[in-house]
Design a protein around this ligand. Structure first.
Ligand code: PMP
Length: 360
């Protein structure tokens, strides 16, 4: 087996131990004579898998009892719509912070349901920073304040939880959930697609404070209604059982790694050395203000753009793949989520140094 270091932004690398266990369990799960994906989602075996995944997520993130955990479909993009549909609660306005392309997508979807006030935006700086907190204008009449914890394309990450001036705080954590410990009690709602730090695509996790649900707009489709999904154990329709099982395996793996404090320490080491290598070179550069650089997605450019194709080809030959930047911004991006081993980052850095020595 020749696995590569896969720097894709998502779907992205999964822990090898998880893949090997899934392979082992594929044809005959726990002596049932069938695979997980052939079982009824309502049978006791699959319900056990689902319950264990929720318990493990609650343990890893220390989720308080007054929060519901939902495992849904439609991705984070579905949540861009589900959030206003569920959380407007009779209000007509919401408030969003705009820190990049994913914030903008969330904003334009919310605009289909209500008016969106922009509390702050870093668009003018080319999304290279997070707007100064003192300058945020949070509308007290808004139903909630929304922000994107990690901009997957731009490589900008909040290093702490912003103050929401009393509004329920809603966060898109698709690309950094489970990368560090988190104080869930600061949030009204968190959502995250699984395909970066939690498992394969096809499943999205919603963590929502109980008192905020049960007032969805009348026209809300049942599968997007948090209260109905909470009451139905996230099984209002047939859930993506295999994806849910794989997500559960990733959570078990995270616990084996020592939990989120240990995972965070490794993520800090990985990101610090990669940024140090970029900053210390004449060939590579990263445009993001140091205080808000992402630990998960590290975009970089080459001073000599004519070398871009050679860089990708030589990286691929060295087993380092999917380093292209997002099509909307170009350049390069190394996504180094939880499942990227530290040796993967070390190998990338050694490759970049050698490439600079040869061509720089
Ligand atoms: N938000 C963020 C921060 C993302 O990175 C992505 C996916 N790249 C999405 C939302 C959209 O997720 P999905 O494709 O699961 O709808």
């Amino acid at each position: 087996m020749a696995r590569v270091y896969n720097f894709s932004a998502g779907p992205s690398m999964l822990p090898e131990a998880v893949l090997l266990r899934a392979r082992e369990e594929l044809p005959d799960w726990h002596a049932t004579g069938m695979s997980i994906m052939e079982m009824s989602h309502r049978g006791k075996d699959f319900v056990g898998v689902a319950e264990k995944s929720e318990a493990d997520l609650r343990e890893l993130l220390a989720i308080p009892v007054n929060y519901k955990v939902l495992f849904l479909q439609g991705g984070a993009t579905g949540q861009f719509a589900a959030v206003p549909m569920n959380l407007l609660r009779g209000k007509s306005k919401v408030c969003y912070v705009n820190t990049g392309l994913w914030s903008e997508k969330a904003i334009s979807e919310a605009e289909r349901y209500c008016s969106v006030a922009i509390a702050a935006s870093s668009k003018e700086s080319g999304f290279a920073t997070i707007p100064n907190r003192a300058d945020w204008r949070i509308d007290p009449d808004a139903a909630y304040l929304h922000y994107t914890a990690n901009e997957t394309i731009g490589g900008v990450e909040f290093q702490d939880i912003p103050d929401s001036a009393g509004l329920p705080l809603v966060c898109d954590m698709s690309s950094n959930i489970l990368s560090r410990p988190l104080d869930i009690s600061r949030f009204g709602l968190i959502y995250a697609g699984a395909q970066k730090n939690m498992g394969p695509s096809g499943i999205v996790v919603v963590i929502v404070r109980e008192d905020l649900i049960g007032q969805a707009r009348t026209a809300t489709p049942s599968i997007f209604d948090y209260k109905k999904q909470a009451d139905g154990g996230s099984m209002l329709n047939t859930p993506p059982t295999y994806n849910w099982y794989l997500l559960g395996l990733v959570l078990e793996w995270l616990k084996e790694q020592g939990g989120l404090a240990a995972v965070e320490a490794r993520n800090v080491r990985k990101a610090e050395k990669l940024y140090a290598a970029i900053d210390g070179s004449r060939l590579y550069s990263n445009p993001i203000e140091p205080g808000c650089r992402s630990r998960m997605n590290v975009p970089f450019r080459l001073a000599k753009t004519d070398l871009e194709k050679t860089f990708l080809a030589e990286a691929k030959a060295a087993g380092l793949v999917n380093l292209e930047g997002h099509r909307s911004v170009g350049g390069f991006r190394a996504s180094i989520y939880n499942a990227m081993p530290e040796e993967g980052v070390d190998t990338l850095i050694a490759f970049m140094r050698e490439f600079e020595r040869k061509h720089g």
